[in-house]
Design a binder for this molecule. Structure first.
Ligand SMILES: Cc1ncc(COP(=O)(O)O)c(C=O)c1O
Length: 476
């Protein structure tokens, strides 16, 4: 192996704070036996959020379809001898689950171990389109041929940015603060990040002026802005965009001839606002729109299964090329052969949940509501505690899985990184400092993911309040 191999500088320059120095220090502390409260990442099942049982029961049968006849026999047996099963602690898989799994198997034909169509099986893409149509209820319907199944939204973001960034002057507008997937992927693809700053004190609202300023500053510096990324609900802010802001973005994109990437992975995580999809506001206007969704968030929390989709509306035409964008996207997808099939199956279940009226629906709805209402409780507990921390303010209605309080009371020379590191060392609470997401110069923040159990949160909040009020007086 030769030494001194040149490697891609873009990868060296890329940064991703969510797994940066603070979480790395937390892992060291954990290995040394300290209790760590992992509030640094939106990874719900790592923090004991239970998977939706419908997803897992169906997935188990899809992976082991030979068990379906046996389960059907058990159902018959149970009708006659239910007491025997109960006495021996044997639970049977409901018929609804068996039917759902068999239907999936019939539609997919090739089974879980085979590569699928690169874009994703048509019946899953049809279910995704149907989900979008039911959600948005607008006249412009979703086209299954414009849906691409992906290994999560991260994969989708990479595919789109790889497609749009053609050289070192191509700019992508990104909200600041932002989920670092975008800054990292723009860097990886060799483009320029153009930050725009939603108005924190107006609950992170956006106005056309904010967007135009960012665009014009970039243009003056020779950047060719091509696209604007919107994260709604936001990460790290948790803010839910209102209709005015979304309309402003759409008008802006139309005026400046930009594509929009709408990252909508938190569309189910709303605790006090309602979600308006970008597609529903773009409507019939001729603006290229890439919308992303994922099985990782919401109430599914199936991060490790890596599933999601992107929908493209108003496919732009391509300069100087005789293939169209859709063909190019298919070619791009086909180089990775296909997205993983377990992720595809969970995505199908996410967009085609049990029908109202079935027994399955009852359990599914109960589990879903329990997860969402617990998240809401946890967010409220933490938000309430900020009132007891001097100089801490948290703006915006709550969405996603995060709170992003501003810390106005840090002594001169102390950064939010120092604060978060010391918070970790003293209390075991692992957060990510605002600088990791970008923030208005001169401000300090942190992001806390409200995923640990209510019990853990109630245990660590008093320590945090004590730490805070002492640290701002004497940080050393
Ligand atoms: C805004 C946003 N987009 C995308 C992702 C990544 O999602 P996925 O697991 O689907 O790749 C995350 C993960 O936290 C996120 O917060």
């Amino acid at each position: 192996m030769p030494n001194n191999i040149p490697v891609n500088q873009n990868l060296i320059d890329m940064e991703y704070a969510v797994r940066g120095p603070i979480p790395r220090r937390a892992m060291e502390m954990q290995r040394a036996g300290r209790t760590i409260y992992a509030c640094n990442i939106g990874n719900p099942q790592a923090l004991k959020q239970k998977p939706i049982s419908f997803y897992r029961q169906v997935l188990a049968l899809l992976e082991s379809s030979d068990n379906i006849p046996r389960e059907r026999n058990l159902v018959k047996f149970a009708k006659k001898k239910s007491h025997l099963l109960e006495e021996n602690g044997i639970s049977i898989i409901p018929t609804d689950i068996l039917d759902y799994s068999e239907e999936f198997i019939q539609k997919s034909l090739t089974g879980m171990g085979a590569y699928t169509e690169s874009q994703g099986p048509k019946f899953i893409r049809e279910a995704v389109s149907n989900f979008i149509n039911m959600r948005d209820k607008i006249d412009i319907v979703s086209d299954p041929d414009s849906i691409f199944l992906t290994d999560g939204a991260s994969d989708a973001a990479r595919r789109i940015l790889e497609l749009l960034i053609t050289g070192p002057n191509d700019g992508i507008m990104i909200p600041i603060p932002q989920y670092p997937l975008y800054s990292a992927t723009v860097k990886r693809c060799g483009g320029v990040e153009v930050g725009y700053y939603p108005n924190e004190e107006e609950d992170w609202a956006l106005t056309p002026d904010i967007l135009k300023d960012a665009y014009q500053n970039a243009s003056i510096n020779g950047v060719n802005v091509k696209c604007i990324v919107i994260i709604n609900p936001g990460n790290p802010t948790g803010a839910i965009l209102n209709k005015n802001s979304i309309e402003g973005i759409v008008n802006f994109a139309e005026e400046y001839n930009l594509s929009i990437i709408a990252d909508e992975v938190y569309q189910e995580n709303l605790y006090g606002g309602s979600f308006i999809s970008m597609a529903s506001i773009v409507g019939s206007r001729d603006i290229p729109l890439f919308s992303l969704h994922s099985i990782s968030k919401g109430f599914s929390g199936e991060c490790g299964h890596r599933g999601g989709y992107m929908e493209i509306r108003n496919m732009p035409t391509m300069k100087d090329s005789n293939i169209n964008l859709s063909e190019l996207l298919i070619k791009q997808a086909s180089v990775s052969l296909c997205s993983n099939t377990a992720g595809q199956a969970i995505l199908y279940m996410m967009v085609k949940p049990p029908k109202k009226g079935s027994n399955l629906y009852e359990t599914y709805t109960q589990e879903k509501n329990a997860i969402l209402s617990e998240l809401e409780t946890k967010a409220a507990l933490i938000k309430e505690s900020f009132k007891q921390m001097q100089g801490v303010e948290c703006f915006g209605n709550t969405g996603a899985m995060y709170l992003f309080p501003r810390i106005d009371s840090l002594p001169k020379g102390i950064t939010d990184f120092d604060y978060c590191m010391k918070l970790l060392e003293e209390t075991g609470i692992c957060t990510v400092n605002g600088g990791g997401f970008g923030q208005q110069p001169g401000t300090n923040h942190l992001r806390i993911a409200f995923l640990p159990s209510v019990k853990s949160i109630t245990r660590f909040l008093p320590d945090w309040i004590r730490f805070h009020n002492r640290f701002i007086q004497s940080p050393y």
